[in-house]
Design a protein around this ligand. Structure first.
Ligand SMILES: [Zn+2]
Length: 148
């Protein structure tokens, strides 16, 4: 049965919901070895059959950051700097991962983290991997952003 795991940034301006029917103790936990994720001590999970939803509780606080091949956006809170997860957008579709450090129930994700090094991927390979392994994603912007 699908369970929704709630999380938030440090200041609460952005919330995240990761919905999955994979028991958290069996979810693959990945420690991406890129310079950004290592800096943040990030641990990611995803579920292609689930959903991840980032919601801007305070308008204008969801900051997207990209670097390197610029194939995805890292989601950060503009207020407190918390790294929430990452999103790949492809037309109408979006795929994401959640940084489980932000989840209230992070302690339930007990799998030994896998050190994941994606340096050898080219751009198309990276996008293909994310589409097959990442979670269908939704971003809900605050009211102010919608009026921009
Ligand atoms: Zn914040």
């Amino acid at each position: 049965m699908a369970v929704t795991y709630q999380g938030r940034c440090h200041c609460g301006a952005i919330t995240v919901e990761h919905t999955s029917d994979i028991p958290p103790a069996e979810a693959e936990v990945r420690e991406c070895q890129c310079s950004f994720c290592r800096l943040h001590g990030a641990r990611a999970v995803s579920d292609p059959a689930g959903q991840v939803r980032f919601t801007e509780q305070t308008p204008g606080t969801l900051n997207r950051y990209s670097f390197g091949l610029k194939t995805a956006d890292f989601v950060l809170c503009r207020n407190c700097g918390t790294y929430m997860g990452c999103i790949l957008t492809d037309g109408e579709a979006a795929y994401g991962i959640v940084n489980i450090r932000t989840l209230n129930d992070k302690a339930l994700f007990t799998s030994q983290p896998i050190a994941a090094d994606y340096d050898s991927e080219d751009q198309s390979g990276r996008i293909a991997r994310r589409k097959s392994k990442w979670t269908p994603a939704v971003v809900i912007a605050g009211l102010a952003s919608l009026l921009d």
